[in-house]
Design a protein around this ligand. Structure first.
Ligand SMILES: Cc1cc2nc3c(=O)[nH]c(=O)nc-3n(C[C@H](O)[C@H](O)[C@H](O)COP(=O)(O)O)c2cc1C
Length: 160
């Protein structure tokens, strides 16, 4: 299985910690969306898309990359994030919709709290100081192991 993780982590490197744990389990390459030509994604069996949540959505760089992709017909993707307020369905809804519109099968989602010092929160030391912590990263590891099993044990879709 060839896996790729495309991520953005601009605030405190919170999402990068999660991305690195997942990459280790999945033996995945890690890349920023602006370093990748859209067609390069098409050689991977599983692609993770993750970032911090900035103004209630993933980073624009991920949206731009997905928008520039050709239709992918059942290629497998997963979504992950870290956020000040970890409201996964709400925070992931836009990227999930965009991936599905392109023809991705979204096979898993992961999120956890991330240290947030945006705006006035800085004055009180931020929200979720210390997150992602060891427990969050252990959950990320378990999530990635589950994904690996799921993808390896189910027949490959007719990718294009
Ligand atoms: C400009 C900005 C906007 C943010 N907007 C939100 C938001 O809408 N909802 C939320 O839960 N957290 C928000 N956060 C907090 C981040 O999602 C959180 O700190 C995240 O873990 C950052 O990940 P990173 O360190 O990988 O960039 C925002 C942070 C910044 C800097």
């Amino acid at each position: 299985m060839k896996a790729l993780i495309v991520y953005v982590s601009i605030h405190h490197g919170n999402t990068e910690k999660v991305a690195r744990v997942m990459a280790e389990v999945l033996n995945a390459e890690l890349v920023k969306p602006w370093k990748l030509k859209p067609e390069e994604l098409l050689s991977y069996d599983l692609i993770g898309f993750g970032s911090g949540i900035y103004w209630w959505r993933h980073h624009w760089g991920l949206f731009k990359l997905v928008e520039n992709l050709p239709e992918v017909h059942g290629r497998r993707a997963f979504i992950f994030s870290t956020a000040g307020l970890n409201i996964r369905p709400y925070n992931h809804r836009r990227l999930k919709r965009k991936l599905r519109e392109k023809g991705f099968e979204v096979v898993g989602e992961f999120s956890c709290r991330g240290w947030d010092t945006n705006g006035w929160l800085a004055k009180i030391g931020g929200l979720n100081k210390g997150h992602p912590d060891e427990r969050d990263l252990e959950r990320a590891r378990k999530f990635a192991e589950g994904l690996k099993t799921k993808v390896l044990n189910s027949p490959a879709p007719n990718n294009s």
